[in-house]
Design a protein around this ligand. Structure first.
Ligand code: ADP
Ligand code: MG
Length: 228
């Protein structure tokens, strides 16, 4: 039997602001098998980022049960939360969030240093990943000297540096021109395939979403399987 790596049951997220309460996600259920690439499409404001941020432990659910690997997100202590973020997850966002004073190589290996890997090993790993994403000639470039597509390639390499179980991608191509968007989409899926990673990607772009093994749309706070 295949291993379930993400299990979400009856997730609800309600924002409360000044007496008003707004339910963005309600009775959302999802199971992801290890190694699958799952995509979620939805209109702007439908709750895609809210959902991904909850899985990424950057935000908390109002109610429901979320289990990722051995981590029960509703009951995590600070120490396990940090372990979850550092070792279990790889994150890719619309904006690359590279540190501007650090080279492509440094940006890629820093998370490995923080995870406790010796510098030499971290650098070697980062170099290999950057070669994998086609940046072997840009290792010592600062982000400001890279194109938008190249910066996002670094973000893809960086997301893999700690050998995560799950890659979360929120509109990873949202800030790119159509040609680069297509390239980064293909790169992301092929890297996930190559390294056998589970991928959960949210986007408003159906062309990107249809690369998933399984696609959902998010409507009225719930997930619905779709064929794109
Ligand atoms: P998407 O990523 O699908 O575009 P989001 O998850 O960012 O959508 O937002 C979903 C809805 O939740 C939006 O209507 C947004 O205004 C609302 N929202 C997001 N964050 C907050 C917050 N911190 N407080 C109140 N409402 C929020
Ligand atoms: Mg969003």
């Amino acid at each position: 039997m295949s291993e379930i790596i993400v299990s979400v049951k009856s997730l609800e997220k309600t924002y409360k602001t000044e007496g008003e309460s707004l339910t963005i996600l309600k009775d959302l259920n999802l199971e992801i098998e290890k190694g699958k690439k799952v995509t979620i499409v939805g209109e702007s404001g439908s709750g895609k980022s809210t959902f991904l941020n909850i899985i990424g432990s950057l935000d908390k659910a109002t109610s429901g049960e979320i289990i990722c690997g051995n981590f029960n997100l509703s009951r995590l202590e600070e120490a396990s939360l940090s372990k979850y973020r550092t070792h279990f997850l790889g994150l890719i966002f619309q904006f690359h969030y590279l540190l501007k004073d650090f080279t492509a190589l440094e940006n890629t290996f820093l998370p490995a240093l923080m995870a406790g890997l010796p510098k030499k090993a971290a650098m070697e790993k980062a170099r290999n990943l950057l070669c994998d994403v086609g940046l072997e000639n840009r290792l010592n470039h600062l982000p400001g000297k890279l194109s938008g597509g190249e910066r996002q390639r670094v973000a893809v390499a960086r997301s893999l540096i700690n050998d995560p179980q799950l890659i979360l991608a929120d509109e990873p191509t949202g800030n790119l021109d159509p040609q680069n968007a297509k390239m980064i989409g293909e790169l992301l899926f092929s890297m996930a395939e190559k390294y056998g990673k589970t991928l959960l990607l949210v986007t408003h772009d159906t062309n990107l979403a249809k690369k998933g093994d399984i696609c959902y749309s998010i409507e009225n706070g719930m997930l619905k399987p779709v064929t794109l």
